[in-house]
Design a binder for this molecule. Structure first.
Ligand code: IFM
Length: 474
């Protein structure tokens, strides 16, 4: 009897492992010499680069990161590598015109940037009109340059007054956020059609409430779940507010307002493909990081479960109708294994057989294809809102850009509806807990002089934008 049971269990394990391997959609195409002039894109495809306010503007001294950058952990270590502070950053606040000219020089037709909530609303429900005037100037200069503004409303930072009130742990944050969104929509609506409500909500919740690397530096999966549920509620409300207020068609395409959310998709694969526990870890992490939020937009219920640690479920009625597009940020793949010594018994690490970026992220272009396939099932337009590399190696940057754009093109050939690509980032900037050392920029920034220089490895992006072919019809 027991023997039969053991045989049955072993058989089930073997069959499940075979099934996972069979279903695993690892993709390969010939890594031929990529001929950029052979790539074909739909007319109106958006080519751009992205930044976020805190990382480039400078003078963001009234938000949670300003507090975080000045604080120390329990072992008296500064929160940011070598105690760096964002300070003037790339001084984009004062140099935005020159920076938009840089975008033009590479032939880009769109710019993804964020508005800094703490500057727009220095106090609860108060609007700083001179700050709004600044963002209007940015938008007007973009229009004058023929560059489409793509605005992110929340990119990791919150005002200090909201931080003191518990940030997105506190459901009141939803009302404060939507008040801010309404004010921005009223004032920037005439210039902006593309709105991203939140950037990478799961990264934000995990870094701040699980890994403790972003403010508020907590380690509590249950709180992370609550933060995410509040963010999804806030997205739902912001979607409707934006559509109600922004009725002016800035780019004359007949659609005045297109609202989406930006989701980072890391790929989780088993470290050992024939070892079922590694598959289970990979699937668990995929469920927590990717599926939980994506499924909420289908099922209208946000579920965030990890056996024995967190069991969260909240209905968000109406959520499924709140995406006009979805943004994909793609950077890397993680290998996963069961590890009894690690937190939650799971460990992830980069595939060392692949080339690595300065962030110690493995370079895996096929992952972009796979994540596009994953979100392609939503059946709505997709924008690659971030994809980029921190490296000092020009060859690696060139290769990265070429291979990822080629991977995107392969997905488009397989009918994934991609409408735009934004390289992260336009210029070197403040990389959060890593400080200024990690350089993602197309343009190198000399922080002493604020001089910008196009990196050798970035030339390919300009070449590519200028030489790809455009289809007249699909
Ligand atoms: O710099 C960040 C950005 O703010 C959000 N997405 C990932 C980038 C690189 O880490």
């Amino acid at each position: 009897m027991i023997i039969n049971l053991v045989i049955l269990v072993v058989l089930a394990i073997i069959l499940l492992t075979i099934w996972f391997n069979y279903r695993h959609n690892d993709v390969k195409w010939k890594e031929h010499e990529i001929d950029v002039s052979g790539l074909r894109f739909p007319k109106g495809f958006l080519w751009g680069a992205a930044t976020s306010a805190h990382q480039v503007e400078g003078g963001c001294d009234r938000n949670d990161w300003a507090i975080w950058e000045r604080s120390y952990d329990l072992n008296a270590y500064p929160r940011i590598k070598n105690g760096q502070q964002s300070g003037k950053a790339a001084d984009h606040w004062n140099r935005f015109r020159g920076d938009i000219d840089l975008l033009k020089q590479i032939g880009a037709n769109s710019y993804r940037f964020s508005v800094e909530w703490s500057k727009v609303c220095p106090q609860p429900n108060k609007l700083n009109t001179s700050v709004i005037d600044h963002y209007i100037d940015v938008c007007q200069y973009l229009h004058h340059s023929g560059v489409n503004p793509f605005v992110t409303l929340h990119h990791f930072t919150i005002p200090d007054w909201l931080y003191e009130r518990g940030g997105f742990e506190n459901p009141d944050a939803i009302h404060y956020y939507t008040d801010f969104v309404g004010k921005v929509a009223e004032t920037l609506g005439p210039y902006v059609d593309y709105w991203a409500t939140f950037n990478e909500p799961v990264v934000y919740a995990m870094m701040g409430w699980v890994f403790g690397k972003f403010p508020p530096g907590k380690k509590d999966l249950c709180l992370a779940a609550r933060v995410l549920a509040n963010i999804l509620q806030a997205h739902y409300q912001a979607y409707h507010i934006l559509h109600e207020i922004d009725r002016s068609d800035a780019d004359d395409d007949g659609i005045p307002c297109k609202v989406g959310i930006v989701k980072n998709i890391p790929l989780f694969d088993p470290a050992r493909k024939w070892w079922l526990p590694d598959w289970i870890v990979a699937k668990t992490l995929h469920r927590l990081f990717n599926q939980s939020v994506l499924d909420a937009f289908i099922a209208e219920r946000f579920k965030f479960n990890l056996w024995n640690v967190v069991n969260f479920s909240q209905d968000i009625p109406g959520l499924s109708n709140t995406l006009d597009w979805i943004g994909l940020n793609y950077y890397t793949q993680y290998l996963c294994r069961l590890d009894w010594k690690s937190d939650y018994k799971m460990r992830t690490y980069p595939n060392l057989k692949l080339p690595q970026t300065d962030m110690n992220w493995a370079i895996y272009p096929a992952g972009l294809y796979r994540s596009l396939q994953m979100i392609g099932s939503f059946g709505i337009p997709i924008y690659i809102t971030e994809n980029g590399i921190a490296t000092e190696d020009s060859g690696l940057r060139k290769d990265f850009i070429l291979k990822h754009i080629n991977a995107m093109h392969e997905a488009m050939l397989d009918r994934v509806d991609v409408r735009g690509y934004f390289y992260w980032s336009l210029m070197d900037n403040f990389e959060w807990a890593e400080g200024f050392d990690k350089r993602f920029g197309l343009y190198h920034v000399d922080y002493k002089t604020q001089k910008r220089t196009l990196k050798d490895g970035s030339e390919i992006y300009r070449e590519l934008i200028q030489s790809v072919q455009y289809k007249q019809h699909d």
